[in-house]
Design a protein around this ligand. Structure first.
Ligand code: SF4
Length: 376
């Protein structure tokens, strides 16, 4: 249920009328869309007898719209107190364990199972995907990122001739049948324009600095598939965005259609391997450490953040990190052994996946369900 209109004593809504209205309208819209797609609706509500708000605002609205009275069936006086009082998990059995052992991981699915096995199970085994009306900016950005990857792949391979004048190629790919789904998203035009502006800025920056990476005929291969075994026990596969020859060195480049988030910064106090061994947290740089491990031609690796505004778009992975790739691979295999041989796939409420995870309604992470008394 959406939160009822704010009426607390501490924030004067006169000072923040827009915020209050926007939050309310957004929640109201979501609520109606969920109802419109539901064959049957079960409402869990709090019997707020003290403030005489039972049935509450939205229950009354439902009651009126469906012309049915709100019936008191099994109301509680309050929602259960306490954090994490219900922690869902998937019990492990032989077939599931066998399936996990035979699973071919991508870096994305690997990082999910290591961060939150519960999320991995729903996303990659059950293949649950949230309904499209829950798509947010992040999801649209991901799709734009996929398009930009395709554009860059074409520009550095079969359409190298367009390096000096890439605009028509961008438009041609945008209008292609393959891009129809993205192109027909409502409001996508602004994302398209934004992407073009970003590419123009990068081109100017590269021309001014003389260090051409994105707009250069430096590709040894693009989107080339690799596969291998994690410590001989688990299968992994992936595609490197570009293997490029830069200053005489073959570098794996991974393009990120984002800014450089703080989580990408490498610590001077602990390596990616040490962090993983001690805390079981896989640093994002592990992606390129693994790629360089499984792509024998690679002599270095870097991320290229296309949306970074500081002009410091490139993050090279230090050799001391790349040199530990064999040990990191072994440590990951050991951790996978622990998960596969364990008795359950549990939700990890503190995982770094939580921020963008849209399965909070399934795992019950705190903050998803709001009540008048706060969140739980
Ligand atoms: S919100 Fe967090 S704990 Fe819940 S499924 Fe997603 S990643 Fe796992």
């Amino acid at each position: 249920m959406p939160a009822p209109p704010f009426e607390g004593p501490f924030i004067n809504p006169v000072h923040v009328p827009q915020m209050r209205k926007n939050v309310f309208e957004y929640q109201d819209l979501l609520f109606r869309q969920m109802l419109a797609r539901s064959a049957k609706v079960s409402v869990a509500a709090v019997d707020d007898a003290i403030r005489e708000r039972t049935p509450g605002y939205y229950l009354s609205l439902l009651s009126e719209e469906f012309e049915k009275p709100a019936m008191k069936v099994a109301f509680r006086q309050a929602t259960p107190e306490g954090k994490n009082d219900i922690m869902p998990f998937i019990p492990m059995d032989e077939p599931l364990s066998a399936r996990l052992k035979a699973f071919t991981f991508s870096y994305s699915s690997l990082s999910k199972i290591l961060a939150c096995p519960f999320l991995f199970y729903h996303q990659y085994i059950l293949k649950v995907s949230p309904p499209s009306f829950m798509d947010d900016d992040e999801k649209i950005n991901q799709r734009m990122g996929t398009f930009i990857h395709r554009f860059l792949q074409q520009l550095s391979t079969v359409r190298k001739d367009r390096q000096g004048d890439w605009g028509p190629l961008f438009d041609e790919l945008w209008e292609s049948g393959e891009n129809e789904e993205l192109r027909s998203l409502e409001g996508i035009e602004i994302y398209r324009l934004n992407a073009k502006i970003i590419l123009q800025e990068i081109e100017e920056e590269e021309r001014a600095s003389g260090r051409r990476i994105l707009f250069a005929a430096n590709a040894i291969s693009c989107e080339e598939k690799f596969s291998g075994k994690i410590a001989g026990r688990y299968s992994i596969t992936g595609r490197s965005d570009r293997l490029a020859l830069l200053e005489g060195r073959a570098l794996v480049i991974d393009f990120k259609y984002s800014k450089k988030r703080s989580g990408f910064s490498l610590s001077s106090r602990e390596t990616v391997l040490e962090r993983f061994r001690e805390k079981h947290i896989l640093h994002p740089a592990a992606q390129l450490i693994l790629y360089s491990h499984f792509i024998p031609e690679a002599k270095g690796a870097c991320f290229y953040f296309l949306k970074e505004t500081s002009k410091n778009r490139i993050m090279e992975i230090p050799d001391k990190e790349l040199d530990t790739s064999g040990e990191l691979v072994s440590a990951i295999a050991d951790r996978l052994d622990g998960i596969v041989r364990g008795d359950q796939l549990a939700a990890e409420y503190d995982s770094r996946e939580c921020e963008y995870c849209r399965l909070q309604s399934l795992c019950g992470k705190e903050g998803y369900y709001r009540t008048a008394g706060g969140s739980r």
